[in-house]
Design a protein around this ligand. Structure first.
Ligand SMILES: [Zn+2]
Length: 219
């Protein structure tokens, strides 16, 4: 029965490779050609504040295309496929038994209304399902600042995100290990600010993961 439903879905809503848009079989994460281009190892960085961040890809070529298509062309069906690759690098780098909660970098409500979705939230929810770890919204974006990629210099990015987030008050998250998800790691200021805000409130251990990293920063 499931096979028939899947065939029906594939006919009318074909699954596409997130990296090149080619139609792929149901339940595959990418086409064979793109899978061959996946790096053998992941990148590990430290975001501002020293919190570790693992990313399966560098932000270049087909991997940058996949994130852009997902984020700006609203190809949200990529989320679970990208999430599965992020999960592989999370499993390789962290002990998933020790992660209590998954969360994400929030968007300002006005921006989210305009885009219609928060790509980091979609990824975090798919990663949560795959790793069987609960996903919670732990942050509120209180500053409707410019998008980080529109800030020309690292100094501007730092000032842009300063005090941009507030922690959601939740006593149950204190002293836990929390994994924060975002789509791209650029200078590490956004994730660093989110990590600092949660850590200050919860005294938790903070880990981070993204789909792509722009550079090897502060390793
Ligand atoms: Zn492909």
């Amino acid at each position: 029965m499931n096979k028939i439903i899947n065939l029906f879905l594939a006919m009318f809503f074909p699954e596409r490779c997130p990296y090149c848009s080619k139609v792929i079989e149901f339940n595959k994460i990418a086409c064979d050609n793109c899978i061959k281009k996946f790096p053998e190892t992941y990148s590990i960085n430290r975001v501002i504040g020293g919190y570790p961040c693992v990313s399966p890809f560098f932000y270049q070529g087909i991997f940058a295309d996949a994130v852009k298509r997902f984020k700006f062309q609203e190809y949200t069906k990529s989320s679970d496929k990208l999430a599965r690759v992020v999960c592989d690098s999370i499993r390789k780098r962290y002990n998933t038994d020790e992660i209590d909660i998954i969360t994400y970098v929030p968007m300002h409500p006005k921006k989210q209304k305009k885009r219609g979705f928060n790509q980091s939230e979609l990824l975090a929810k798919d990663i949560s399902k795959e790793l069987n770890i609960p996903c919670k919204n732990l942050l509120i974006k209180v500053k409707n600042n410019n998008e980080q990629h529109k800030c020309a210099s690292p100094a501007k990015r730092r000032d842009n995100v300063r005090d941009a987030y507030k922690a959601v008050k939740d006593e149950t998250i204190k002293g836990k290990t929390i994994l924060i998800i975002d789509d791209i790691l650029t200078t590490g200021y956004t994730l660093g600010e989110c990590a600092k805000t949660i850590e200050k409130y919860t005294d938790s251990t903070i880990l981070c993961a993204t789909v792509c990293a722009k550079n090897n920063i502060y390793t």
